[in-house]
Ligand binder design. Structure first.
Ligand code: 6A9
Length: 762
């Protein structure tokens, strides 16, 4: 009996919250505690959508369709999707709190979405959205805008219909956290040909587009037109239905150009002086816009650095997209430990977080978030503090934080099943410590009792200890990324997803003997930060100080990771370069079939340093573990500048061209990812390091200075040129041509270009 009890206990661990006070206090995101950020564009996965920071918020958003298109049925835009092939979209301005302005270029027309919030009452106040559609060519156009509200399992909606036309004039609603509210659709400007609406029951908040498509009917040809109208078919919920409608859509179909407003008004806001519409809306919008401009100028000082107006707009867009893509998610991950036969749900929790990419991965990623908050913390440290707190509160009793957060129906809908489950032996770099350098002083001066630091610190210690016990290498002071697949046959090199650098080549044969230099450097930084925070609030720091001293001891680092032969820092493990992907020979008597390429090993792997030069080899410099006086700096700086290795005119490439796996497919189908491309998070760290080594007294200052200046120019110029040319900021950039690659828009860590322009590295 005891044995089974014990097994049950072990199975529970992975989904048990850490027993330590959460950083966030209960209800900290409610309208009462934080009215200012209750509402937001927290649905980063949509082109334009708003919700509150409460778990069961109703969802507000927009879809549109081009009535003039030749495609049948006409495509409907809703969730950001690369398949839509929009020329360009993103926030031009967004302050993360009060307002935003976005432009979306779709074929021959441009949709501008603006919103402004206005406080008042006890439910987060009001907001107004203003949507303007105009032609970008001389061709006439006919477009439908469809603005909706959808309930997420709770609340009620009551339409106010027009008397003589199929038009929803307003919707009265109620939910627990919002109280009573009213959504109004005033008369639009321009020549509106049709008003229509849909009142229906959507099977889930992830199925709104499907529900809308089901409600579309094809309306009679206009005499002058060659194509029919696609309009919404009105009320589709029969009066004897068990539950009332949960999804209501207002549609206008108009000739370009036209614009419409949507007013959200909270019933508890009884003192509103006027309705936030027309000139009143526009003047509040320009007031916030002006404040944004001033704050941007003061915070980043780009004018003084001699940037052109175009470049400054680019930096503004990068910041605005980072802020405008912050989402609020609620739900639970699917997790699994060795004790669970099947994945089990984590506890239900909220996550307020930035996202790497609205179109492709609109959800939270652990190590991305640390980078995001380097930027966010410079703009609005309170937002960053809140984001980091949400993440730390997701720690389980083992001290683990799941890497990819797929919370709620909308997020889950976009992830293929095989990628959903998170495993508790898997790490990800602890980058949340990066923004703490800015946040700790902020907390110390903004909170008299440093309450949040007193809750953050124990969590950081638990997190550190999780790495320091589960990710250990074979000998003292070494670390190993767990979770590499030892049985893989189709991969040229087993991926190390946990390191964040996915297919960056490591030891060809994953074993327990392996140890990784990047993880060791992260641990050095991590222990130092815990020591610093402890001291700043008067707590004993000696244990972490001595760990930090050991992990940053350059002699010990060299002993473990410096390859004399190759003159570079390296991973250690069972390794051979002699690997190839080849088509397997079908067995005799086997029918011919398509067999995927498999790895063939041409010489026995040996224990020793892994032969690869790239981001991982640079880690002791990237994280400033190497002393400014270290003679190794000369060689490393020389290698950085070497075009056969990592130097390009567009930034530092991930893997040197002389590394055997440079630019190689990892399986027959997996193209190279971290095997050559230029990644902005690593280039940001490189610039921060070069900036440090050019300023800290030492023999290689001028070498560092030259690299710094050149690398910074290369990065900024290329990213800006690509933005002008393609309309987007990208996931990574080609080391050959500088072209944007991977998904787009990617305004996660690539938006760090704003800090690079501003030369802020701490
Ligand atoms: C899997 C595909 C429709 C990969 O930016 C997020 C992460 C980084 O943390 C990591 O370092 N990206 C980098 O190597 C993107 C990961 C996306 C996983 C998506 C499911 C379904 O898409």
């Amino acid at each position: 009996f005891g044995y089974f009890r014990y097994q049950m206990y072990l199975r529970e661990l992975v989904k048990t919250p850490l027993y330590s006070p959460t950083v966030l206090t209960k209800d900290s995101t409610s309208a009462a505690s934080d009215p200012d950020r209750f509402w937001g564009t927290y649905r980063a996965n949509t082109y334009f959508g708003l919700r509150t920071r409460s778990p069961k918020s109703p969802l507000f958003g927009m879809m549109w369709l081009n009535q003039q298109t030749q495609q049948m049925p006409p495509p409907i835009r809703h969730w950001c999707d690369q398949g839509d092939k929009l020329h360009k979209y993103g926030w031009l301005k967004h302050d993360g709190r009060h307002f935003g302005v976005q432009e979306i270029h779709d074929g021959d027309f441009k949709v501008t979405t603006s919103f402004v919030k206005r406080p008042g009452g006890s439910h987060g106040g009001d907001w107004t959205a203003y949507i303007d559609v105009s032609n970008t060519t001389t061709r006439p156009g006919l477009v439908s805008l469809m603005f909706y509200v959808a309930l997420d399992d709770q609340g009620q909606l009551q339409p106010v219909l027009a008397k003589n036309s199929p038009r929803i004039n307003a919707i009265n609603g109620y939910t627990q956290d919002l109280g009573h509210f009213k959504l109004t659709f005033p008369k639009s400007t321009g020549s509106t040909l049709r008003h229509n609406y849909l009142i229906t029951l959507a099977p889930g908040v992830n199925k709104l587009k499907e529900a809308l498509i089901k409600g579309i009917k094809v309306e009679a040809w206009d005499k002058a037109r060659k194509v029919p109208f696609f309009v919404l078919g009105g009320d589709q919920v029969s009066s004897d239905a068990e539950s009332g409608p949960n999804f209501m859509v207002h549609q206008i179909t108009a000739e370009l150009p036209f614009s419409m407003e949507v007013l959200f008004e909270s019933a508890s806001n009884v003192d509103r002086p006027n309705h936030l519409q027309g000139d009143i809306f526009q003047s509040l919008l320009s007031e916030h816009s002006q404040k944004f401009e001033n704050k941007f100028t003061n915070t980043f000082q780009l004018q003084k650095k001699g940037f052109s107006d175009g470049q400054i707009e680019f930096a503004k867009a990068a910041l605005s997209n980072m802020l405008g893509s912050i989402g609020y998610f609620y739900g639970s991950s699917l997790v699994q430990s060795v004790y669970n036969e099947e994945p089990v749900p984590y506890w239900n929790a909220a996550l307020y977080t930035g996202v790497p990419s609205r179109s492709f991965f609109p959800r939270g990623f652990l190590w991305d978030e640390g980078f995001h908050n380097l930027l966010i913390s410079k703009w609005d440290p309170e937002i960053s503090k809140d984001i980091v707190s949400h993440w730390l509160d997701l720690m389980n009793t083992e001290g683990w934080i799941p890497r990819e957060q797929i919370l709620g129906a909308e997020a889950r809908d976009r992830v293929p099943a095989e990628f959903v489950v998170q495993r508790n032996q898997n790490a990800n770099p602890p980058t949340l410590i990066l923004p703490l350098k800015t946040l700790v002083p902020y907390i110390l001066q903004s909170e008299t009792e440093e309450q949040s630091l007193k809750r953050i610190l124990p969590r950081l210690k638990t997190w550190f200890n999780w790495y320091n016990t589960t990710q250990l290498g074979p000998i003292p002071f070494t670390y190993r990324w767990k979770g590499r697949d030892r049985k893989t046959v189709r991969e040229l090199n087993a991926k190390t997803l946990t390191s964040g650098l996915d297919d960056y080549p490591r030891a060809s044969h994953p074993t327990d003997d392996e140890y990784h230099v990047d993880l060791r450097c992260w641990m050095a930084l991590f222990s130092g930060l815990i020591a610093d925070i402890s001291k700043s609030i008067g707590e004993d720091a000696t244990a972490y100080e001595s760990t930090h001293a050991l992990l940053s001891d350059n002699g010990l680092l060299d002993e473990l990771h410096w390859s004399e032969k190759k003159q570079q820092y390296s991973d250690y493990g069972l390794h051979t370069d002699k690997v190839k992907l080849e088509k397997p020979q079908p067995k005799p008597n086997q029918p011919p079939m398509h067999l995927e390429k498999e790895r063939v090993v041409y010489s026995d792997p040996q224990l020793g340093f892994v032969n690869a030069f790239g981001y991982v080899s640079l880690f002791p410099v990237l994280l400033k573990i190497l002393e400014p006086t270290s003679p190794k700096l000369f060689k490393i700086f020389t290698d950085i500048r070497n075009e056969k290795l990592v130097w390009t005119d567009f930034g530092l490439r991930s893997l040197g061209q002389t590394t055997p796996l440079y630019n190689r497919y990892n399986t027959e189908h997996d193209p190279p990812y971290w095997r050559g491309a230029i990644w902005i998070n690593m280039n940001y760290l490189a610039l921060g390091a070069l900036d440090y080594y050019r300023k800290a007294p030492g023999p290689y200052q001028s070498q560092a200075d030259r690299l710094y200046v050149e690398l910074r120019n290369n990065l900024i110029n290329n990213m800006y040129n690509q933005y002008v040319k393609t309309g987007y900021i990208w996931e990574n950039y080609s080391d050959k041509t500088g072209e944007g690659k991977g998904c787009h828009p990617f305004t996660g860590w690539s938006a760090l270009v704003t800090l690079i322009m501003s030369e802020v590295y701490e």
